[in-house]
Write a protein that binds this ligand. Sequence first.
Ligand code: SF4
Length: 178
Amino acid sequence: MTVNQLQDLNEKSFYHETGLRFECQRCSGCCRHSPGYVFLSPDDLSLLFSHFTLPPEGFFDLYLRIVSVGGFYRLSLCEKSNYDCIFWEDGKCIVYDKRPFQCRSFPFWQSLLVSPDTWKNGESFCPGINKGPLHAAHEIDCWVAMRASKLIIDIPPEDTGLPSAKIMDRYLKRSQTS
Ligand code: SF4
């Protein structure tokens, strides 16, 4: 996203004048209890992988899955049988400092920022929305722009059966952080 596009987004956004309030209430609702996907960029993959001392295929087999969504194959975190995130342990996220950008940027996601209603509807699953400190429009737009700039891994259909070590090698090489 260019600087001009960012300025455009800022000027058109419903929160341009007021900003938005958000403070995480640490309810863990966005990490647990319901099924969902956490899609990874190459940078996310690299950061998470660096947190563990596992071989690439061991890391992949324990924590990752290839999912088919909307005609694309993507790399997502696994979840437990009770739908808790695979990294949720003993009441906390065990990779918090290296969590994927999708988690880091919540709730300033484009899908929640479409209108006052979509933002307000977020209160039904995130009690932190409309609470706490005010976040200025330019800060919110930076989250949106950064999320848009993180290329989520799309795996070509013919590559979905590759050995996990090969998939890890391919996408770790695309990270800007390694
Ligand atoms: S659902 Fe909202 S308040 Fe609860 S942990 Fe997630 S971000 Fe925090």
